[in-house]
Each structure stands twice: as structure tokens, then as C-alpha cells.
Design a protein around this ligand. Structure first.
Ligand code: AMP
Ligand code: ZN
Length: 217
């Protein structure tokens, strides 16, 4: 029974990979390479080294290039390319994705002192809907560029609660393409809001804000 379910999931994933490859081929006007980078999340959903949890509706993986001490992605098993493709009938699924992310935070000992956010990027780079669950220390060697920083600390990062509220009220998620401009914003500390001259200075500065075990949030 379990094996049949697993096979059905793999069949769905392979069909989705083919569909994405076809789409990429159309935009690039040349055959899409197998394993195109934008399809990476689909492979990672099946990678035991990255998989943290799953149920009948979602898979949770570690972000392969974490931008903080804790950075997970919650992905639906249902074939949904991005928030653009989400409709009112998926509200319960989005609520479930949020709940699973929050459960993972609650199970994390360091969450007693570290804050977390759950949200979506306005313009995702990777195919397949994914909810970021990320601790707010941003203490990671993978966080290198201004684009990385601004994608998690400006309104390019949309809180999952706001997404669910918009979907409940409007029945869809409006295009957030104009938020691309936020990636060019000046570098600003997400805690004290002081502007920083460059990434090395910003990275050194934010270390001073990271709470230690025993600190209260
Ligand atoms: P987004 O900008 O919302 O599309 O973010 C995609 C996220 O996926 C980033 O945080 C990347 O670090 C992460 N990522 C990229 N490739 C992979 C992969 N193959 N497996 C897991 N995570 C990935
Ligand atoms: Zn600061």
C-alpha cells in the first residue's frame, strides 16, 4: 500500500519534471537540459539527505543553501508551480503547510531564543510552490549577496499569514512582480534598522543581535 503511494508520487514528480522541462524548452527556444536548476526542488523532495518530514500532503526539506541557522522549505505534493497558480480551493493546503512549518519550529530547542518567520518570496527563482521557514539570525556562509539579504528582510518576503489572509479575502494572490525593486534597497539591519555600507559590515553587525541560549524572545 505504502509502496503504491510512493510510486504514484514518483510518477507524478517525473511527469512534473517533464512538464517543467518542456516549459523551459519553450522559453529558451532550445531543448531544456535534464536537471535544469529551476527544477532542483523536485529532486530534493526525494533526497533522503534533505528530507526532514512528510505526510500525505507535503514534504519538508532543508534548504540546500541555508541563509540562516535553520532554513527549511515546506512543499506541497500537489503540482503547484507558484503562488500565481494558487486559488481559493488551496487555502486549506496553505494553512496545512504553515501548520507543518510551525510544528517544526516548535520542536526546535533553539526556537526558545531564536525568532523565526514563515513566508514566500514575491518572485521565486525555483519552480514548485515552497514556503520558507527561516530563523532570523541570518548566520550562514550561504548568505552572501545584497539580493539574498533583501529577499528575506524587505517586503519581497511575504509572511505566510498575509498570503493566507489575501487568499481568503480575494480568492487569489495578486502578482507581486513590482517587489523586484526591493532587491535594490539599501542594506539595512532587520533588527535595529541601521543602514550598513556593505555585506561584510552587515554580517558582522547582525551577529551582535543574535540572542543566546537562555535569552528570552
Ligand atoms: P526562492 O527564491 O523562493 O525560489 O528560493 C528558493 C530556495 O531554494 C533558496 O532558498 C535556495 O537556497 C533553495 N534551493 C536552491 N536549489 C535547491 C535545491 N536543489 N534543493 C534544495 N533547496 C534549494
Ligand atoms: Zn542592528
Amino acid at each position: 500500500m505504502m509502496a503504491a503511494k510512493g510510486n504514484a508520487f514518483s510518477v507524478m514528480m517525473n511527469a512534473q519534471k517533464r512538464k517543467l522541462a518542456d516549459g523551459a524548452a519553450k522559453t529558451a527556444a532550445q531543448p531544456a537540459k535534464k536537471g535544469h536548476w529551476s527544477m532542483g526542488l523536485l529532486s530534493s523532495m526525494e533526497d533522503p539527505a534533505l528530507k526532514v518530514d512528510s505526510d500525505d500532503k507535503v514534504v519538508i526539506i532543508k534548504d540546500k543553501y541555508p541563509k540562516a541557522r535553520y532554513h527549511w522549505l515546506v512543499l506541497p505534493k500537489e503540482n503547484i508551480s507558484s503562488l500565481k497558480a494558487v486559488s481559493a480551493k488551496q487555502l486549506d493546503l496553505l494553512k496545512h503547510m504553515h501548520k507543518k512549518g510551525q510544528e517544526l519550529i516548535d520542536k526546535t530547542e533553539d526556537a526558545k531564543h531564536l525568532s523565526f518567520r514563515l513566508g514566500y518570496h514575491a518572485i521565486p527563482s525555483m519552480s514548485h510552490l515552497h514556503l520558507h521557514v527561516i530563523s532570523q539570525d541570518f548566520d550562514s556562509p550561504c548568505l552572501k549577496h545584497k539580493k539574498h539579504w533583501n529577499s528575506f528582510t524587505t517586503d519581497y518576503f511575504i509572511d505566510s499569514t498575509d498570503v493566507m489572509e489575501e487568499l481568503e479575502k480575494e480568492g487569489k494572490i495578486a502578482d507581486k512582480g513590482s517587489r523586484n525593486e526591493r532587491l535594490k534597497d539599501p542594506l539595512r539591519c532587520h533588527v535595529c534598522k541601521k543602514e550598513q555600507v556593505n555585506m561584510p559590515k552587515l554580517k558582522a553587525h547582525i551577529l551582535s543581535h543574535i540572542p543566546k541560549p537562555g535569552d528570552k524572545k
